[in-house]
Write a protein that binds this ligand. Structure first.
Ligand SMILES: [Zn+2]
Length: 248
């Protein structure tokens, strides 16, 4: 028997919005130039704060509506239903059914996964690096979304810019660990050595979970200098993947 969660007619007019930022337009100095949104990478706090205010302005949302996390490469999920107070939670996924709360994930090679169920009115922002993929952070986020009424077939997934497989050489043992969870992640680098295509792996995981739509931003953070890349530059800033339910 299947259990059909009750429909939520009051949320049917909500529109999921998804945005990925890049380096351009911010206030930060080198090596964080210019639109760094990460407050944990050594950049001047006043510049990060100004950049976050600019993000809110450009999205036409209240700066207090932005919700951040302290990402720890795990599978923790925080379900939020109001503006953030105090320190951001130490998790790698944020989930909400509250319109107007703007969920932000910070990245510079890891995959920003933006999930939205427009029928149930539930969204999630997920930080999926190698460890997150191996440990199943996206599966954890989908489970938390389901608790709020989301159904996989109604979920639309956007995999934002990240390091591509050709540029993500890893030791073979590490490749094997990730491939146990997502076989499609195992690829070869430009030079033919073992590598990981995290977005290929995540696409496989999402499809296996029944997610109806998976779309990939093709940009590679290492190759595209308009994007922050930790692998290319070491000390650098972070771009953000952002998702929210816009009240109609
Ligand atoms: Zn690449």
């Amino acid at each position: 028997m299947t259990h059909e969660p009750p429909a939520a007619p009051s949320t049917r007019s909500l529109r999921p919005r998804r945005v990925v930022t890049d380096r351009r337009g911010g206030r930060s100095s080198s090596p964080y130039d210019a639109f760094n949104l990460g407050d944990h990478v050594g950049d001047a706090p006043a510049d990060v704060a100004a950049n976050r205010e600019r993000l809110a302005r450009e999205l036409r949302v209240d700066p207090g509506a932005l919700v951040w996390m302290q990402q720890v490469h795990g599978t923790g999920v925080a379900v939020v239903d109001g503006p953030q107070a105090g320190s951001p939670p130490q998790v790698d996924a944020l989930v909400t059914a509250t319109p107007g709360l703007v969920l932000c994930v910070l990245v510079a090679d890891c995959v920003p996964v933006l999930l939205a169920d427009p029928v149930a009115g539930v969204v999630a922002a997920v930080h999926a690096g190698r460890e997150g993929v191996r440990q199943g952070v996206v599966t954890a986020a989908l489970a938390a979304m389901a608790d709020l009424g989301a159904r996989p077939r109604d979920v639309q997934a956007l995999l934002g810019p990240a390091v591509c497989g050709a540029d993500y050489e890893v030791p073979r043992a590490m490749q094997v660990q990730v491939a146990r969870v997502a076989r499609d992640a195992a690829v070869r680098s430009r030079t033919g050595t073992p590598a990981l295509d995290l977005r290929a792996g995540l696409t496989q995981v999402l499809r296996a979970a029944g997610v109806g739509q998976v779309v990939q931003d093709p940009r590679c953070t290492v190759e595209d200098r308009r994007l922050f890349s930790h692998r290319r530059d070491g000390v650098t800033g972070r771009q953000a993947g952002v998702v929210w339910l816009e009240p109609a």
